[in-house]
Design a protein around this ligand. Sequence first.
Ligand SMILES: Cc1cc2nc3c(=O)[nH]c(=O)nc-3n(C[C@H](O)[C@H](O)[C@H](O)COP(=O)(O)OP(=O)(O)OC[C@H]3O[C@@H](n4cnc5c(N)ncnc54)[C@H](O)[C@@H]3O)c2cc1C
Length: 465
Amino acid sequence: MTVIDTDYLVVGAGAAGMAFVDSLVAESDADVVLVDRRHGPGGHWNDAYPFVRLHQPSAFYGVNSRVLGNNAIDEVGRNAGLYERATAGEICDYYDAVLEEHLIPTGQVRFFGMSDYLGEAAGEHQFVSRLTGTTTTVNVRRKVIDATYFETSIPANHTPSFDVDVDAQMIPVNDLVSLSGPASGYTIIGSGKTAMDACIWLLDNGVDPGTIRWIRPREAWLLDRAFQQPLQLLTSLIEGLARTLDATAHAESVEDLFRRVEACGQLVRLDPTVEPTMYRCATVSDNEVESLRLIENVVRQGRVIHIGTDQIKLEHGTVATDRRHVHVDCSAAGLRTEPDRPMFEPGRITLQQTRTCQPAFNAALIAYIEASRDDDADKNRLCPPNRYPDTATDWIRGSLLSYRAQAAWYAEPDVTAWMEASRLDAARGINDHLDDPLMLSALGRYAENFEPAMATLDKLLPQSA
Ligand SMILES: Cc1cc2nc3c(=O)[nH]c(=O)nc-3n(C[C@H](O)[C@H](O)[C@H](O)COP(=O)(O)OP(=O)(O)OC[C@H]3O[C@@H](n4cnc5c(N)ncnc54)[C@H](O)[C@@H]3O)c2cc1C
């Protein structure tokens, strides 16, 4: 058994753990031990499907100390006119470089890959190597950081909730690229972004939309990527927020709220005739929505229970299939919805969201707050937990907490300065656009509608539970 000492033991080297460590090292001289059961950093991106890309621009993903990609705007393709989005390969290379070329050379960070954290017993923390079986005991002088609380569930490593006959063809989305011959048809299983990516990939590779069937147990509200743009295109992001606040301020009921936010282009759905019951922060472009609407064979009979060789059994019915039909599992939860717990507790930090669905930004901010303040109550005031949304009405709670937290940050000059310098803050750089009348108009409407919108969200929150 080996024994080591450190200030912070960080469990999980995914996007959250990496952004936290990078920010902590920038703000303090703390010693850090970073542990992950995977061989390297990057978390679920190491096992992502080959054609995945970030939903959002690379420009505000990753860690603070290093740019991901080139901050370029795509000129061609489905993302033309919007900031580039990294592939999984680019993301994994990026995290390797952050670790090898920045964090380790600081002398403050030691990384233990292929190591399972076993937990705490009698004040001692332990992890065990998956390769040698060696157990390491860690004496933690300050805190353990749980960067696994929202560990991402993906098709490559989850167990589907349905059974499949041995002679039926069912593959995780990762294996679509390994198919060696045409199928009689493709059934995509899942309502989320992974399912959308699978459909788009099939369409982009020449598959006739008529041969794609999409099992969508739930309909989702989606975000329009054109309004999630930073840097040179920041005015569009602020315009989106201004429209959302204006719509929210005037809403009279939960139903009216969603109608208004949709009417101003800030929530999008694939099928305007079906009321969404799901919201998971998935982001799409107009162009993707247009293509996805070409798939008309949408099955809304609940979740899959069983895939046989001639029929698929669902919660509310059956549909025919055959042995040459390929069924594609896109049903992993992705974002996990664990209950909120205090971000800061004695001896422990649990990395969660505060700004809705921004895991990298939140983790970096939490490290800054940890390094710059002493009192846990004050730290928790600035970083209230805001669990990942799941149902459509979770949009209300997530937005309310996010806007309120943001107002609290802007009331603290040092936090405002930190955010302005943080590449992970999508909204930084507003002052560079103050000569743009569109930005001034958006900022005016944002300010005018902020408090009325918060009052509406407060009022509607109990009705949305
Ligand atoms: C297809 C897809 C696209 C996405 N696109 C975006 C996007 O554009 N923007 C965005 O903000 N988010 C996006 N997300 C959300 C994504 O989940 C986050 O961006 C982020 O990658 C999550 O990082 P994480 O560190 O919380 O979790 P993970 O990546 O799951 O990392 C957790 C790590 O903890 C390790 N671990 C767990 N338990 C232990 C243990 N006991 N011992 C040791 N190690 C342990 C795991 O091995 C893992 O490496 C996307 C998600 C998916 C699935």
